[in-house]
Design a protein around this ligand. Structure first.
Ligand SMILES: *Cc1c(COP(=O)(O)O)cnc(C)c1O
Length: 336
């Protein structure tokens, strides 16, 4: 199968399985898992933060970060298109009693500074207390400009707001801009990183921040059911990915570019965006269902019906990209 639906579909490599098998483990709820402890310390160091905490998912890592920053009745400013706001079941409101204050994202994924400024509430008991600014990098594959994150977080500090970054794909941003991870994390109080996206681990996200914030997060992780036992096997997979899989992100980005070029040459197809490992394209609506079926017959999985988002990842090779374009071209040769 050539699966371009997401970079979450990668399978562990034999070497990753070996690392998982060899990992010394203990009960991490008791703080006894040596692999988790060492991995968390390594991630804290790489991101330039005091402490780190391993989670089973990025959704839980983001939720717990919001709960560690905000109290009941607080609000967080977040992008209208942000994952935490759109795609996490409204967890901050449902489970955290935190009110989201969405702000329309600009085309580059940023939240315009004047809109952030306008969204901050006065200290008045009629209003929720504005407490946190949450950004996302990459967003829709796009890398937030570094100067922008500096300005936005400085603005947040001016209003006494904490700052969180949903960095599910921050490794892609680092690879695309050749910037150290710690520089991308530096402006933020907390950052959530996913190892189960482009990095290719089966499970695992990490929240980084100050020691104090991570201790509050540890409590909320337990409350939300994220305290895990011999989770060293997960940490070992993530650590293996961190040590061995970063270089291949540049290949994913190159393949996404090739894919975008190929798609743009197909009749009626418009590439609306290509950045890092993501391609967004508009397909003629009447072709979406039959084309998806045709691709399926050729062992190609693309979600054309919902949002035509094509994502490259470790389990996609150069030849796969060529095949996808050829199979699509063959479809259009017989349909107009
Ligand atoms: C995938 C993703 C998450 C959540 O990660 P899960 O591990 O799937 O819960 C959060 N934010 C962004 C931007 C993501 O792409």
């Amino acid at each position: 199968m050539i699966d371009l639906r997401s970079d979450t579909v990668t399978r562990p490599t034999p070497a990753m399985y070996e690392a998982m098998c060899a990992a010394p483990v203990g009960d991490d709820v008791w703080g006894d898992d040596p692999t988790v402890n060492a991995f968390e310390q390594a991630v804290a160091e790489q991101t330039g933060k005091q402490a780190a905490l391993l989670f089973p998912s990025g959704t839980q890592s983001n939720l717990v970060a919001l709960m560690a920053h905000c109290q009941r009745g607080d609000e967080y400013i977040v992008g209208q298109q942000a994952h935490t706001y759109c795609y996490e079941g409204g967890g901050a409101a449902v489970l955290g009693s935190i009110q989201p204050q969405p702000v329309e994202n600009a085309a580059d994924g940023s939240l315009p500074l004047e809109k952030i400024r306008a969204a901050v509430k006065a200290d008045d008991f009629h209003f929720a207390r504005t407490r946190l600014l949450a950004l996302e990098n990459t967003i829709g594959g796009k890398v937030l400009p570094h100067a922008y994150t500096q300005e936005a977080t400085a603005l947040a500090r001016e209003y006494g707001l904490a700052t969180h970054l949903d960095g599910a794909r921050l490794f892609n941003a680092a690879a695309a801009t050749d910037t150290p991870l710690r520089a991308l994390c530096q402006p933020f109080d907390s950052v959530s990183l996913c190892f189960s996206k482009g990095l290719g681990a089966p499970i695992g996200s990490v929240l980084v921040g100050s020691r104090e914030l991570i201790e509050r997060a540890r409590r909320w992780r337990k409350v939300t059911g994220g305290g895990m036992r011999q989770s060293g096997i997960i940490a070992a997979a993530c650590w293996h990915a961190l040590e061995h899989h970063l270089p291949s992100l540049a290949d994913d980005h190159r393949r996404a570019k090739t894919l975008a070029r190929g798609l743009a040459n197909l009749p009626g197809v418009t590439v609306t965006s290509q950045a890092t490992n993501m391609v967004f394209a508009d397909f003629p609506q009447r072709h979406a269902a039959p084309l998806a079926a045709w691709l399926g017959e050729h062992d190609i999985l693309i979600d054309l019906l919902h949002s035509a988002r094509l994502v490259t990842h470790r389990d996609i090779r150069d030849a796969d990209i060529d095949k996808v374009i050829a199979v699509m071209q063959a479809y259009f040769n017989h349909h107009d």
